[in-house]
Design a binder for this molecule. Structure first.
Ligand SMILES: *[C@@H]1O[C@H](CO)[C@@H](O)[C@H](O)[C@H]1NC(C)=O
Ligand SMILES: *[C@@H]1O[C@H](CO)[C@@H](O)[C@H](O)[C@H]1NC(C)=O
Ligand SMILES: *[C@@H]1O[C@H](CO)[C@@H](O)[C@H](O)[C@H]1NC(C)=O
Ligand SMILES: *[C@@H]1O[C@H](CO)[C@@H](O)[C@H](O)[C@H]1NC(C)=O
Ligand SMILES: *[C@@H]1O[C@H](CO)[C@@H](O)[C@H](O)[C@H]1NC(C)=O
Ligand SMILES: *[C@@H]1O[C@H](CO)[C@@H](O)[C@H](O)[C@H]1NC(C)=O
Ligand SMILES: *[C@@H]1O[C@H](CO)[C@@H](O)[C@H](O)[C@H]1NC(C)=O
Length: 424
């Protein structure tokens, strides 16, 4: 019998009956691009003369892949043959090195000795080996709450996409910004916690491929600008500092990137662009308001904080220091006074506690001094509060008291114990 696939297809088209019993399944079931696939046929019945394979949804000659004569093993390629298909004697179809375009419906049509035909349907999906996708961002440096993030997962394949943030599944808030196809992530008013590494991944049953990380920076601040004292967390609107001590003011804030700093003292800009300000020796001249202005060059926002720096109450930090420290009998000693008040009205020295009979001398702003009852004729007072005691004798040892009164009427008393060494 000289049958060709073309002729008997047309002849028998009217007596088709769908053979529910013929099954066609690809092996492997989920073939990857490049695999050798067999469309395995099961459920054939009777003695068959010929097979026709179609790659398409209908029995149409244009979809004919091949016709096969069982008795001779002759195979005739049809219009849909891609050069990779071969029919086996058992009717299965081998396809070498399948391509995604081989995906679709396959139909097997059989012809038996009674010239009856049967058809079976099968479906094959060929999955491509996915190339690495690329995340495309319209900007990787964004300003918090102001800018819109737009990331696209670029891949030539229509495969499904999923996203990763710092290596983990994307947080819900961000997932809400995905386009219906999952390829584009849009986030209005980006937040700082959304800064990080983004990746997208495309996947299908046979392959998965993840993009490189793309790093997103979110700029914010400065916020919570504050001035701290000496890198401790101590803060407040007023800082009290001891006389002649040093102080460092630190300007801190939450900001990305690090802000630029400007310092001002009593409203006057200082030449200092550091995050700290050193006051090396505290005096009345350093008292005032210190302001730090932090400016973020990326967000174009700025913030400031101020503190008032004052000399502490003990600011006068008065201290009596005998010079020399341990004078000898017959030597002179000066009881020097460090940190005496600048606005001194009057001071008085006493041998022993401060009381009228113990008064050695008093000194007025004019520099004139008045001898007191305890003056021996060997004591001299100076404008800087110092007391010179000449030609010491052993009875000069003991307590001395200094009493100061400022122009504002503030009184302070200070004591020192003078030791006199016995001359050998
Ligand atoms: C497919 O079959 C050809 C021919 O037999 C062979 O050379 C090739 O390695 C096979 N490919 C795969 C992926 O198995
Ligand atoms: C990024 O894309 C978003 C959404 O299309 C847009 O609103 C935004 O202006 C873009 N940003 C930049 C820096 O181009
Ligand atoms: C993103 O950041 C990571 C970790 O800091 C780094 O290893 C990687 O090279 C960065 N990628 C790019 C594209 O800058
Ligand atoms: C300030 O302190 C320094 C170092 O401690 C000292 O040498 C100096 O005499 C002090 N000045 C005054 C005015 O007390
Ligand atoms: C402030 O003092 C510290 C410690 O002495 C020093 O390291 C720093 O350079 C000083 N800063 C300025 C701005 O002078
Ligand atoms: C105070 O003045 C006297 C006399 O001029 C001087 O000897 C002394 O060192 C001064 N003391 C201080 C602390 O400046
Ligand atoms: C020590 O000085 C006082 C007062 O000037 C005097 O009365 C006394 O005699 C002196 N003592 C000696 C041992 O010189």
């Amino acid at each position: 019998m000289a049958l060709t696939g073309y002729s008997w297809l047309l002849l028998s088209a009217t007596i088709l009956h769908v053979g529910a019993e013929i099954s066609i399944t690809p092996e492997p079931a989920q073939p990857a691009e490049g695999d050798n696939v067999t469309l395995v046929v099961r459920g054939l019945a009777g003695e068959l003369l010929a097979y026709n394979w179609y790659a398409g949804p209908t029995l149409s000659v244009s979809y004919l892949v091949a016709s096969y004569i069982v008795s001779t093993g002759d195979e005739t390629p049809g219009p849909a043959h891609t050069g990779r298909e071969a029919v086996r004697p058992d009717a299965s179809l081998d396809i070498q090195g399948v391509l995604p375009r081989h995906s679709g419906t396959y139909i097997l049509q059989t012809l038996n000795r009674q010239l009856q035909t049967e058809v079976g349907y099968g479906h094959m999906q060929v999955y491509e080996i996915l190339a690495q996708p690329v995340v495309v961002a319209n900007s990787t440096e964004l300003v918090e709450r102001r800018d819109t993030l737009r990331l696209a997962c670029s891949s030539p394949s229509p495969a499904e996409a999923r996203w990763f943030f710092n290596g983990e599944a994307l947080p819900v808030a961000l997932r809400l910004g995905l386009s219906p196809d999952g390829r584009v992530l849009t986030r209005h008013g980006i937040r700082r916690e959304e800064a990080g590494a983004y990746q997208c991944e495309v996947w299908n049953p046979v392959s998965v491929s993840r993009s490189e990380r793309i790093n997103l920076t979110v700029y914010y601040g400065p916020e919570r600008v504050a001035i701290l004292q000496d890198s401790t967390t101590r803060t407040g609107c007023t800082i009290k500092v001891d006389f002649n001590t040093s102080l460092t003011l630190w300007c801190v804030s939450r900001s990305c990137p690090e802000p630029e700093y400007v310092w001002a003292f009593n409203g006057q800009a200082l030449k200092n662009s550091h995050d700290h300000l050193n006051i090396s020796s505290m005096t009345a001249a350093q008292e005032g308001t210190y302001t730090c202005i932090a400016k973020n060059a990326k967000t174009l926002l700025s913030g400031s904080a101020s503190v008032v720096v004052k000399l502490s109450a003990a600011a006068v930090a008065m201290m009596i220091v005998p010079m020399p420290a341990k004078p000898m009998e017959g030597q002179d000693v000066t009881l020097t006074v460090q940190g005496y008040p600048k606005d001194l009205l009057v001071y008085a020295w006493y041998r022993g506690p401060a009381s009228e009979p113990n008064r050695l001398l008093s000194q007025l702003p004019s520099g004139n001094w008045i001898a007191g009852p305890a003056h021996t004729g060997r004591e001299v007072g100076f404008a800087n509060c110092s007391l010179l005691v000449q030609k010491l004798n052993l009875t000069d040892a003991g307590r001395y008291t200094l009493k100061t009164v400022t122009l504002q009427g503030k009184t302070e008393t200070l004591e020192v114990e003078l030791q006199v060494a016995l001359l050998e």
